[in-house]
Structures are given as structure tokens and as C-alpha cells.
Design a protein around this ligand. Structure first.
Ligand SMILES: Cc1ncc(COP(=O)(O)O)c(C=O)c1O
Length: 378
């Protein structure tokens, strides 16, 4: 069961985060715990460039998306910018809470285009626009800052799914005009899975007081009520996964000590090396030039072999797990995660490139392994 995870989440985590995760459980209430919770939540807001409030919710990233939709989308006109499987997931989640939802679809191999968004918002009035920062099924990075500017110009709320990009990609919630952001613990925050992380502008939370909750677990009105009334003791409504939050607190300590921009530079550097190495092996990059995400790389076999066969080979012979993709591109696209410091370690990267080369050789393909490893290390 234990393979080195080079998938786009969950990620390999550091020893000190693992240690924090493995301690005996603590009570999820009382002044000591409340201090840990509030400090950790505030640190997340700071990392995301928000003066607003962060909610750490038991569950995966999807509980955060469901919460954003339940709290803000009901009885509103919603537009989902859909560039692939996770854009579609976002559409499905919003549609479960709101009846007036449209999607603006983009081809799988391109990012969301600002001109198309501008046109859609000129043609019709929407209250809320939602988008993923990185479409994890294709490794394509969307131009969040540009889209946010357009959305704000048209007076709508902007909700971002940064589940596979928070910490990894540049993201400045307040400066760019992102009203609600949803992340998760198991990717750029370098922790085990278990938390949906929702960050919201304070004035939006204040405005919620005027309306009753429509559901319970995933309505932030309920979370705000506990935050206000039980602030010093239990500022959230449910039992929290304290070990995951302690792991998150430890990881954040490292992220902040290192500095967010230096970490993001590291992801740009590693993803550039990875793309060059894959090209040197004779593979193709799935994302077009300039639209690459920096925490994962999607590559195409160009029909030379079945990615599923290579993925099985890498697990069995090398002990490394990478991912395939979905739907129409599943037959030729595979994805490599380099979303955490540990995943980005040289030994992991070099071992993986060697494993891919070995597999390609076994298929009778000629590969330039030396060149690929050089690209990785240069
Ligand atoms: C962009 C994006 N959105 C949503 C999700 C769903 O998150 P979770 O599986 O944590 O619920 C994922 C998971 O990979 C994702 O990458």
C-alpha cells in the first residue's frame, strides 16, 4: 500500500507534520484548543492574502465547495466557468443548491478566457461567478486575477476553488477581489486529507446575519453563530479533526518561515524542470505554453502507449504512484504531482523520470534518459 505519492494530492508530507498528526487526540473545545484553532485559521487567511475569516471544516475540499454554494448561491443567478472535470464538479455542486445556474464551457486544453467571461457578463446579469484556479484533471492554470477583475467590474461575487493550487500558485484574495476561496488540507498545505478550508471576506459574513440558515452543517450562518456566541470555547458547531488541524498548524509554521513567495518560486522552478525532462523523453505537454499549473504536470503519450500500463509499471517496479486523467483524454494523458516540498525532492523526481524512461524502453521506444535527467537537474 505504501508508494511514494507523486499524484496531484494527497501529497507526501514532511516528518514534522506527520509527527504532529500522529499525537494523542486532544479535546476540540476549551480555551487552549480554541486558541490553536483561531490562530491556525487566521494564518490561512494571511497566507491567502485575506483580512477575512477562515473556517476549518471536517471533510474534504468538496465540503468547502458545498458550503460556499449552500451559503451564498441559493436563490442567486450563478455562472460557473467550466474548463474540465472539476469545473463540472463545481457546476454540479452549485446546481444542488441553486436553481438558476449556467455554465460557460471551455475546451479541455485551454484555460478560461477573459474575453468570453466579459461577454457572458455583458450579455446577462449574474450575482455570483465561480471558477477553479487549477483544473486538476488537465493541469491548466486559469488567469484568476484577470477574471476576478472582470467579475468585480460587473458587480458579482467571485468564488474560487483553489483546492489544488492554494499555497502553490500566486493568490491574493483581497487585492484581486476574491470574495470566497475554498481550499483543502491535502495538497499545497502539505497535510493529510480531512479539512475543507473556506475563507470569506468579512463584510459578506456580516451580511449573512440578515437571512436564516437554509441547511445546517454546510451553512456558514450556523458556523458564524457559533463563532459569535461560543467564541472563547467552541467557535465552530461540530467536533473537529484536531490531529489534522495540529498538522496544518505545523505545516503553516514551515510555510510562513520559508515565505510564501519563495515557496511559489520553488514550484515554478520544479515544474519547469519537470516539463523539460518529459519533453526530453519524447512526451508531449498537455497544457498549452503559458497555461501550465506549477503543482502538477499533465503529459500526453501521443498515443505511443497506454498511460494506465505505465502507471501500473511505476507502482510495481519503482514504488511510485502517479495519476491518469479522466474522460476523453484518459487514453493518452497522465499526471504527475509536485505539490509538496517532499514530492519536489530530487531523489523522487529523478527516480520517477528513470522509471518512465525504463517503461518507455520496455515498449521499444527510444528515449534520451541522460538528457532528461540533465534537464531535471540543471
Ligand atoms: C480543483 C479541485 N476541486 C475539487 C476537488 C475535490 O476535492 P476533494 O476530493 O478534497 O473533495 C479537487 C480534488 O482533487 C480538485 O482538484
Amino acid at each position: 500500500m505504501r508508494y511514494i505519492l507523486m499524484i496531484p494530492g494527497p501529497v507526501e508530507i514532511s516528518d514534522d507534520v506527520l509527527e504532529a498528526f500522529q499525537r494523542h487526540p486532544v479535546a476540540h473545545y476549551g480555551p487552549e484548543w480554541t486558541e490553536v484553532y483561531l490562530e491556525t485559521a487566521n494564518s490561512v487567511s494571511r497566507i491567502l492574502g485575506s483580512k477575512g475569516r477562515t473556517f476549518l471544516m471536517p471533510g474534504s475540499g468538496s465540503v468547502g465547495l458545498d458550503t460556499a454554494a449552500a451559503t451564498f448561491c441559493a436563490s442567486k443567478r450563478c455562472l460557473v466557468l467550466n474548463g474540465g472535470m472539476f469545473g463540472q464538479r463545481l457546476y454540479n455542486i452549485v446546481s444542488a443548491h441553486a436553481s438558476d445556474v449556467k455554465d460557460l464551457n471551455f475546451p479541455l486544453n485551454t484555460s478560461v478566457e477573459p474575453e468570453a467571461v466579459e461577454k457572458a457578463l455583458k450579455d446577462e446579469k449574474y450575482d455570483i461567478v465561480l471558477m477553479t484556479q487549477v483544473e486538476t484533471s488537465t493541469g491548466i492554470l486559469n488567469p484568476v486575477e484577470k477574471i476576478a477583475k472582470i467579475v468585480k467590474k460587473h458587480g458579482a461575487l467571485f468564488v474560487l476553488d483553489s483546492i489544488s493550487s492554494a499555497v502553490i500558485e500566486k493568490l491574493e484574495m483581497d487585492n484581486w477581489g476574491i470574495d470566497v476561496n475554498v481550499a483543502a488540507s491535502q495538497k499545497g498545505f502539505e497535510c493529510p486529507a480531512g479539512l475543507g478550508i473556506v475563507t470569506v471576506k468579512q463584510d459578506l459574513l456580516d451580511a449573512l446575519k440578515d437571512s436564516p440558515a437554509k441547511t445546517w452543517y454546510t451553512d456558514l450562518r450556523v458556523w458564524c453563530d457559533y463563532y459569535d456566541r461560543w467564541h472563547d470555547w467552541h467557535p465552530f458547531p461540530v467536533t473537529l479533526p484536531t490531529n489534522t488541524i495540529l498538522a496544518l498548524a505545523k505545516s503553516i509554521e514551515t510555510i510562513e518561515a520559508e515565505g510564501i513567495s519563495s515557496r511559489q518560486k520553488m514550484f515554478i522552478d520544479i515544474s519547469t524542470r519537470m516539463r523539460k525532462a518529459l519533453l526530453a523523453l519524447g512526451l508531449r505537454l498537455y497544457a498549452p505554453e503559458g497555461q501550465y499549473s506549477h503543482g502538477l504536470t499533465a503529459a500526453s503519450t501521443g498515443g505511443k502507449f497506454d498511460p494506465a500500463e505505465m502507471i501500473a509499471f511505476l507502482k510495481k517496479k519503482v514504488g511510485i504512484q502517479i495519476s491518469g486523467s479522466f474522460g476523453d483524454i484518459k487514453s493518452h494523458v497522465f499526471r504527475i504531482g509536485h505539490m509538496s516540498r517532499k514530492q519536489c525532492g530530487r531523489v523522487n523526481l529523478i527516480t520517477l523520470i528513470n522509471g518512465i524512461a525504463l517503461f518507455m524502453k520496455s515498449k521499444g521506444l527510444s528515449v534520451q534518459l541522460e538528457k532528461a535527467v540533465e534537464r531535471l537537474m540543471e
